[in-house]
Structure formats: C-alpha cells, structure tokens
Design a protein around this ligand. Structure first.
Ligand code: NAD
Length: 350
C-alpha cells in the first residue's frame, strides 16, 4: 500500500509490532515516504532483539527505492524531546505503539505503566494538538495501540467495541482504556482525528520473548516442562503479526468519519476472530517444533490455577473492520506458528 510524500511518526518502532509496521511501509514505498521512528529501547525484554530490529530498518531504508527511516532514541514520557520531534519533522500520520506492555508485569511494576502509557500518551496527544498551532496543517491522523485486555472478564463473546469496558482487571488494561478516553477528549476538543486499535494476542517471528508462545518455546527447546494456567482451559484470539500490520496500514490511510456529534474518533478490534485453547496452541507449537527437527516428542505439562490479572478468554468481533476496510485477519495458527518456529531456529539455534 502506497503513502506518497508522507512523514509518518511511529513510536515503539524497536518493538515487535512497530518494527514490522515500519518494515512493511519502507519496503512498499519509495523515498517520498519518511518514517521517523522513536523508541527508548528499554530492557523490559532482551534489548539486543530491539537493536537488531532497528539495524534491519536502517538497512532496508538504505536500499534503493525504499522509504527513508530516521531513528530517534527517546522516551515518549520526555515531553520536551517529543515536542522537538514534532516541530522538526512535522509528521502527518502518528502511530503510537510505544507502551509498557504485559499484564503480569503490571502487577509488580505499576510505575512503568503510568510513565509510558499515561504520561507518554498524554505527551503524544499534546504534541498532536500543538501541531495545528499558527494555522499549520498538523497531524491528519493519530492511530494508537489499545488492547483486548480492556475487555477484562467480559462474558459476552465475541468482544465488541460496543461492549461496556469499565471493569479492568489489570493496571495495564486500565491504562489502555484511559488512552481511548484521553483520545476521545482530544479529538472532541482539538479536532485530532484518532483511531484506537485493540490488538488481540499478537505473535510471529522476531516477536516478544515475554509472551507465552515465546517462553513456552524456550522451555520446550530446553526440555523443561511447561506451565499451563487454568489447566490450559484459556482461550485466546491469537493474531499473526502480518495481519496486524495489514490492519494498521488500512486504518492509517483513512481517518475516521465524524460521529453524530462531530468527533473524528473510532476504536476497532484487530483479532483473528477464532479463539484457540491454550492447550491446542501448545500442541500446534510442539508439532511445528517436531517438524523442524528441534524436538522429537512433546514435553511434560504442569497444570496450574488461573493467575491474577489473567482473563479466561479473548475473542474479537471484527465486523466493523470488515465493513469499513473490507479486511479481516486470515493467517491460520498452523501457518503463523510454523513461520515463528522457522525464525526461532535460525535466530537462536544455528
Ligand atoms: N503484542 C501484543 O500481543 C499486543 C496486544 C495488545 C496490545 N499491544 C500493544 O501494542 C503496542 C506494541 O506492542 P508490542 O507487542 O510491539 O510490544 P513491544 O514491547 O515489543 O514494543 C513496545 C516498544 O515500545 C518501547 N517503549 C516502551 N516505553 C517507551 C517509552 N516510554 N518511550 C519510547 N519507547 C517506549 C519499548 O522499548 C518497545 O520497543 C503496545 O502499545 C502494546 O501495549 C500489543
């Protein structure tokens, strides 16, 4: 998909989703597209993975006929630096993916969530607001990451953006819901067109080592038994990274239509619309590891009770996405996990 003469700011660009989004845009556009990538490259998980992602983006942008990439190492919680970036580069599309992710980590490390997800997001909104100062064209569309975790223990499935989500079960979820509320007020008050995206368990090559599919793989490869919470009876709408990126790019290109009270504000789910049990997920992962010759047989499983902050299931209603963009994630779990395992083998085991 083409963006012409566009400057796009992507925060969290060294992260899993930010990296693939920037990569896809750089590879499918010429040098009239410029990506300004921001990330503080923190050590929540192995920072070498983040540094490798940035190096890959820099390499791609140096190749002929690709978009340009500029990396700025900074925290979105640093208001002064964020303001300077907006003044210097004047992005027309902003994609805010920088955040402290993870549900379980938020139980013991709440400060990190307030700093990046609340203060940081507020700084992005303020910078968008001031981008219109003195009659400048400013930001045409702010797209930001929310999360399926806002649905908490919602019992109705599939989860719809029409559902009431006022009962978060983790601070992480509360910060993501607050982002949607902040964005609504800024869209209403200052006319910033904004779209929030509730991602559902994103996985894939070069993904996040803190997520279950990755740590399961680490343990299975070492022959260690793996722990399945709620006895493996948990359901997740696992969504392959390429589908997430395609969804974000579709959304970036079209700022939301005004609501009945004139606010250019929208929230979408992006999920696979096909929940899988954790138990089936692990079985599929083991099959892929066996197919690649990494293990010869399934490992022992330890069945444990539910963990605080965890939810029983996630299941995305993606009707709005289909209606507005004709798009729906479609990568099967077998295909997605097989690609992940091939990458894992080449990155860690060869
Ligand atoms: N991966 C998923 O399953 C999933 C699901 C729902 C929502 N999300 C959301 O999508 C976004 C991207 O997630 P991801 O999986 O790529 O996570 P990630 O942790 O790989 O990427 C986030 C990036 O943001 C950076 N970052 C964190 N705080 C920052 C700060 N204050 N300033 C600048 N950079 C900062 C990190 O260094 C990291 O590189 C996040 O907002 C996350 O909450 C992800």
């Amino acid at each position: 998909m083409k963006f012409e003469n566009t400057t796009i700011l992507i925060t969290g660009v060294a992260g899993f989703i930010g990296f693939y989004l920037a990569k896809q845009i750089l590879e499918s556009n010429d040098s009239t597209v410029s990506i300004i990538g921001v990330d503080n490259v923190n050590s929540y998980y192995e920072s070498s993975l983040k540094e490798n992602r940035i190096s890959l983006l820099q390499k791609i942008s140096l190749e002929n006929e690709n978009g340009q990439f500029t990396f700025v190492k900074c925290s979105i919680a640093n208001k002064l630096e964020i303001d300077e970036i907006f003044v210097k580069y004047k992005p027309s599309i902003v994609v805010n993916l920088a955040a402290q992710a993870g549900v379980r980590y938020s139980i013991s490390n709440p400060d990190a969530y307030i700093e990046s997800n609340v203060v940081g997001f507020f700084n992005i909104l303020e910078a968008c607001r001031h981008s219109y100062d003195k009659g400048q064209k400013g930001v045409e569309h702010l797209v930001y990451a929310s999360s399926s975790s806002v649905y908490g223990s919602n019992e109705k499935v599939p989860y719809s953006t029409e559902d009431k989500v006022d009962n978060p079960v983790s601070l992480y979820a509360a910060t993501k819901k607050s982002n949607e509320l902040f964005a609504h007020s800024y869209s209403k008050l200052y006319g910033i067109p904004s779209t929030g995206l509730r991602f559902f368990t994103v996985y894939g090559p070069m993904g996040r080592p803190d997520m279950a599919y990755f740590s399961f793989t680490n343990n299975i490869v070492k022959g260690k038994k793996i722990q399945l919470f709620n006895n493996g009876e948990m359901f997740r709408d696992f969504t392959y990274i390429d589908d997430i990126v395609a969804g974000i790019i579709n959304v970036m290109k079209k700022s939301p239509e005004p609501t009945s009270d004139g606010v250019k504000y929208k929230v979408y789910n992006i999920g696979n619309n096909q929940p899988e049990s954790l138990f089936n997920f692990v079985e599929t992962l083991e099959k892929c590891l066996i197919a690649e010759g990494i293990i010869s047989e399934p490992v022992e499983k330890e069945f444990l009770p539910m963990q605080p902050g965890d939810v029983y299931q996630t299941y995305a209603d993606v009707d709005d996405l289909v209606r507005d963009f004709g798009f729906k994630p479609n990568t099967s779990l077998e295909e997605g996990l097989s690609r992940f395992v091939k990458w894992y083998k080449q990155y860690y085991l060869q």
